[in-house]
Structures are given as C-alpha cells and as structure tokens.
Unconditional design. Structure first.
Length: 55
C-alpha cells in the first residue's frame, strides 16, 4: 500500500505505522478504549467506581 499520499490510516499516525512495520513487520491497530459510563455515573453521584461485593 502506498503511504506517501496519506497522513493517517484509520486513527494511526503515518510515521508510527511506518516505524512499527519496519520494527516488527506488522502493525496491529486496536479499537479505542470505550468510556465506562456506569463508573462515570457512580462517580457523579459521589459513589465509588465499583459497587461493594457483598456475596
């Protein structure tokens, strides 16, 4: 794939992609980490991120 005309592929910087290809021979792009909305909601209520385990 010609990379000269592209700045980014997906969400990765072109130079990072080239470096990884040269170093490892491949590049594995993982999806971005999703926000944990339940943890955010609990924090907004003044609670801890995770409920206490009582079992």
């Amino acid at each position: 794939m010609a990379l000269e005309k592209r700045e980014k592929l997906g969400m990765v910087d072109k130079q990072k992609l080239i470096d990884e290809l040269n170093e490892k021979g491949f590049y594995l792009q993982m999806p971005p980490k999703e926000d944990n909305l339940l943890e955010q909601h609990r924090e907004s209520l003044g609670l801890s991120k995770t409920p206490d385990k009582k079992f």
